[in-house]
Design a binder for this molecule. Structure first.
Ligand code: ADP
Ligand code: GN1
Ligand code: MG
Length: 350
């Protein structure tokens, strides 16, 4: 990490470099220099990403596109070229590093007020809107089939059959829960294949902790974690935000009694997202609740797949961590099924 830090053109000399943030994928550090400047330094996950040059090319072009449209330094991330003039540094062990300016803003795990959530909806909706004129076909698919739920099911079936961790026998109820929803889980992909829902440039990982808020005004400053910006459906971005931020508890809450989907937060997010994305078609609007359910189902199944595979993809803090996460997502899916007509009514009324 120290070796990597010295390959970026920082203002001043680095005096500290500490682990930072709460992402599940990359290893993130904050670097402070003797001039008091701060930077984010990240070692990219080689398990998740197989084409880092293509991924960084996407990010540079997307951030430049947004910067050209918005005043204010912090409206998007600013990456630094390394001393090889590329936007990444490849170290001797084969690990890829990148660095960008630290944005002095806060990152939260659950909304403290409904307005925090509304602001995140405006930020992700605006992000999608700003990229509506970006040539989507020129973007590298950084993780192929990322939100292709039927493909996620194929990987899930394989993980059950391979049972690499030897854990499959202990989680039959969880496996059954996800398998019983396979048909419903394919509906977004079917609507995409049939051309009912248009492809857009989407973020694809719209967790509340992937947006930064101003500490004083609580307005959104910018969207971060751009590794999965690729062509996708608006329902993905809406749905993943609901999955994470409209939950009444953390993604890894062990007491399932605490976990439910808050309909008022659902309404708040839908209001902000639809206001920021005026170009959504009637079919896209109608698919927003489906996005919430399928993103939750898919993410929970990904956690369970990783649990069955032996925890190679998501960072875990204890052995059952991915299983705990898979169970909170099941609870949320079941809760959405109960609240389904209300979710549809809320979106239809907007
Ligand atoms: P991951 O793919 O691992 O989620 P992220 O790019 O989301 O990686 O970064 C991990 C965490 O680091 C974020 O959730 C956030 O807490 C923090 N972070 C990243 N960039 C910044 C930044 N520019 N300013 C402040 N915090 C940041
Ligand atoms: C990962 O990178 P992070 O922590 O923001 C994952 C998302 C999942 C999420 C679940 C590239 O997001 O797809 O929804 O964990 N990102 C990638 O918390 O797989
Ligand atoms: Mg993240």
């Amino acid at each position: 990490m120290e070796q990597a830090a010295f390959h970026f053109p920082y203002h001043g000399t680095p005096v500290s470099c500490e682990r930072f943030g709460s992402g599940h994928i990359n290893r993130t550090f904050i670097v402070t220099t003797d001039t008091g400047d701060r930077y984010i330094l990240q070692c990219l996950s080689s398990v998740a990403f197989h084409d880092i040059p293509g991924l960084m090319d996407n990010i540079i072009r997307v951030t430049q596109h947004i910067a050209a449209k918005t005043p204010g330094e912090d409206s998007t991330l600013h990456f630094l070229p390394a001393d090889n003039r590329l936007y990444y540094y490849l170290d001797e062990s084969g690990a890829y590093w990148r660095s960008y300016r630290y944005v002095d803003a806060i990152c939260i795990q659950l909304p403290e007020t409904p307005d925090d959530f509304y602001q995140s909806a405006v930020a992700f909706g605006t992000f999608q809107n700003q990229l509506s004129d970006f040539p989507a076909e020129t973007l590298t698919e950084t993780i192929p089939n990322f939100h292709n739920t039927p493909d996620r099911y194929r990987k899930f079936w394989k993980a059950i059959a391979d049972n690499l961790s030897g854990r499959a026998g202990n989680v039959q109820p969880e496996i059954d829960f996800y398998l019983s929803r396979e048909e419903a889980g394919g509906s977004l992909q079917r609507m995409r294949d049939q051309g009912i829902l248009p492809l857009r440039v989407t973020h694809n990982d719209t967790k509340l902790n992937n947006v930064l808020l101003d500490e004083k005004t609580r307005k959104a400053v910018c969207v971060i974690d751009l590794d999965t910006v690729m062509p996708g459906l608006s329902a993905f971005d809406f749905g993943d935000s609901i999955r994470f931020g409209a939950s009444t508890a953390a993604e890894d809450e062990q007491d399932l009694e605490k976990v439910s989907m808050d309909l008022e937060l659902f309404r708040t997010y839908a209001e902000g997202f639809i206001a920021a994305c005026p170009g959504l078609t009637p079919e896209e609007r109608a698919a927003l609740p489906i996005g919430a359910k399928i993103m939750t189902l898919e993410c929970g199944m990904r956690f369970l797949t990783d649990y069955l595979d032996g925890d190679h993809y998501f960072k875990t803090a204890y052995p059952e961590h991915n299983l705990v996460r898979a169970r909170t997502q099941m609870k949320l899916v079941a809760d959405m099924e109960e609240k389904w007509s209300e979710m549809e009514r809320i979106v239809a009324a907007l």
